[in-house]
Design a protein around this ligand. Sequence first.
Ligand code: NDP
Length: 288
Amino acid sequence: MLRLPTRLANATLCAVVGTPIAHSRSPLIHRLFAEQFGIALQYERIEVSPGGLSDALKALQRLGCRGVNVTVPLKGEAAACAVKRAAGVELTGAANTLWWTEAQQLAADNTDGAGLIVDLTRHWGLNLEGKSLLVLGAGGAAAGVIPSLLAAKPAMLRILNRDSSRAEALVERFKTLGPLAVLAQGAFFAEPVDILIHTTSAGVTQRVPKFPARAVAATTHCYDLYYTHGTTPFLEHVRRLGARACRDGFGMLIEQAAASFQRWHGLLPDTTPVLASLRRAQAAARTG
Ligand code: NDP
């Protein structure tokens, strides 16, 4: 059953919806952004099951909600509910940011790809142009970031997924955007890649997806979209394989949130202190 928040007076209401939702750090991140501008923000986590998004959005609109973040497993449903879709939503079929226009039409954007690119390039200092990329996974997160990765002009982007047919479907969908190919499970692959990007949900169950160990060398940067209090199983694994440098998905989480915040409030927050604050909390949780 949908549990709606009690609306606070004199605060702007925003929310994140999905299932499960209790773990979401979006309320904390948006509160830290709002503090930068003196915005009184009420940002709620709301559990919404598949099939229930349209009704939940109507109820939130009646409450005067400004914007909604959408997480697993509702990003496809969010794209379908919207009347106005940004190019990234049309391309990926998924939305993580919703809001209502002045005419009260539901608008959608997907800020995941932009969030990853900002974290890889601005914060980590990578240049993707001319590089070889291997993306592990072909689910919603991979679909959301591959168009942005191709826009950064890599020499080649390969996709490896447990179920190869899903990787093939992504190649079919995005092949006009840049050099894209499937790496079949079990295929011989001895070439180290420049950048290895892990997008599977295997980390949630402390697993690491199978991929050729030779893809990782002392020149390889490894990025895990997954994040947790400590290091992730994937990053531990690639460190053992001798990766040059590793980074988890906290930065992407904060950058995609900043892009959502800008859509809703017309203000772009400074993400650096927010990432530092979350990293401190992460370190404290590790040692605590
Ligand atoms: P989906 O459910 O859409 O896709 C899951 C993917 O993981 C599929 O490719 C699936 O393979 C693969 N997979 C799951 N378990 C295993 C396993 N044991 N071994 C190999 N492959 C496996 O999930 P999403 O794509 O939406 O999310 C994936 C991850 O990305 C999550 O951990 C999520 O937290 C993270 N994410 C992080 C963001 C950030 O801001 N940092 C933003 C968005 C997502 P198959 O197709 O074969 O089943």
